[in-house]
Design a protein around this ligand. Sequence first.
Ligand code: M6R
Length: 617
Amino acid sequence: MAVMCGIVGYVGEKRAQDVVIEGLRRLEYRGYDSAGIALVATGTIASDKRAGKLANLEKAIADRPLPPATVGIGHTRWATHGAPNDVNAHPHSGAQRRVALVHNGIIENFAELRVGIEADDVALLSETDTEVAAQLLEAEVLTGADLTTAMLRLVNRLEGAFTLVAVDALDPSRVVAARRNSPLVVGIGDGENFLGSDVAAFIEHTREAMELSQDQVVTITRSGVSVRNFDGSSAEGRRYHVDWDLSAAEKDGHDWFMRKEIHEQPRAVADSLLGRRTPEGRLHLDEMRLSDQELRDVDKVIIIACGTSFYAGMVAKYAIEHWTRVPVEVELASEFRYRDPILDYSTLVVAISQSGETADTLQAIRHARTQRSKVLAICNTNGSTIPRESDAVIYTHAGPEIGVASTKGFLTQLVACYLLALYLAQVKGTRYGDEIDEVMRQLEAMPDHIATVLASADAIYAMAAEHVDTRSVLFLGRHAGYPVALEGALKLKELAYIHAEGFAAGELKHGPIALVESGLPVLCVVPPAGRDQLRDKMVSGIQEVRARGARTICLVEDGDDAITPYADTVIRLPKVPVLLQPLVAVVPLQLFACELATRMGHDVDQPRNLAKSVTVE
Ligand code: M6R
């Protein structure tokens, strides 16, 4: 089984091996436990697959070249069940090697199907559910069915979630794929067509894409794309133009995608604010799709998300409650439906997801919709499942985020949350137009402020260099700075693999202060001085940890010198309102984690045990 993977398919005139390997390279962030390729070459399947990163497969192919071919499929895997070894790697074939198949998802009834296959004396080589599907597909093809018909028959026998992509050794004209609850998009070329888990797989070749619905089989040939529903009826996919190009998927001179993405944040924030106001100055959200009346009826907002997106949701709570007076709950998507949440038609559920494919978030959305709640998605990925299954969407315009650690995804989610809060305030009339204008002006100034923070990256890098032997770091924040502290700690955990925890500064004295010992680095996100009560309470927290030997690193607004006596290191932040401060305060924490992990010798873009899109619950 392989649940969070990158999948590529190609049919055209080019060397399929190059197209597939290049596609896998761009999808490797989705999983990097093993990789494999299968080509249709003069009546046979030529394939190779290797445990470990894509580089291992590339080396194997360089040592033992595959024959020329113009049709192929590929896979990069994040294993859940079955060790990430050569045998379990994809593609898998039937016993006669007539078909090759790659798979993302879990086939839940595979044990029962496996028993049936083994009863026919067919020996299975791997521990995977994928090989079972390959055997069944081959059996259908051997009856004389074409690959599309065989795939339609196969999917009707499978339970669970899956994207399957297959080729037939005797049919070099097509690649066939199926999708149920797992991502797949089509790339439309000229004399060639592509399949990918996301558009990065083929962005080098085409920016025209087609999204598929659930339970569909798609056949690509050199000259066309045809879509069928699982019941065999014909269907149409929705075509769209991808608004970013190859350069966005390159490192552009940086050592890591993550570092590049951190530095892209001023532009990403500016892009996410573009086109949000009418000439009359009113806020306008393109794919809002919920009527003003529906929004006026909203009496509770529940935000669901995971990881970094969850922290964006925590910031959103402060903004929405402050500007609209509507109560907001923020909940981990993985917990949401299991506590039987109280929902009805007047609850607005906001799902935040950079990838648009996170399974926990998707299942939470589905639950909310069964309870008649309206769902609004905040998402960075056009064509992904979460916006498609939501009633409305605010797209962020971060461009592709390839580093596994979210950075520009987070900042643009914050922007979308502020826009949503202001839009609700506009519709409900809880803020005057000039107040909304003022916040929009403050938001529009944020790209410059973020650029200012980035300009002092070298000072943060120097600080990171001093911490390579650190085994534990605490982060403190209050109000909107609390989620920033949590995000700073998450970045450090996932990249540097060191113990890091974020706390609400006020909670410290209720237990966590016992962790403080001599020399412990404590990063403190200090609220703007204008919020004097908040800021003063934070100063007390800083004094408390310092008195116990902590080394305090304080992120402080420019011009606020009240903290200096208690700070071992001061990092200056531009002067911005407290609600917007996360947009600047998180940036030094991203730079710190990226640099520290680099100096510790870790792979920053592909941290151990993680994958970019978590498509399993
Ligand atoms: O694609 P999503 O926003 O739904 O992903 C949610 C989390 O998996 C994600 O934010 C994760 O926590 C990142 N690795 C954090 O850097």
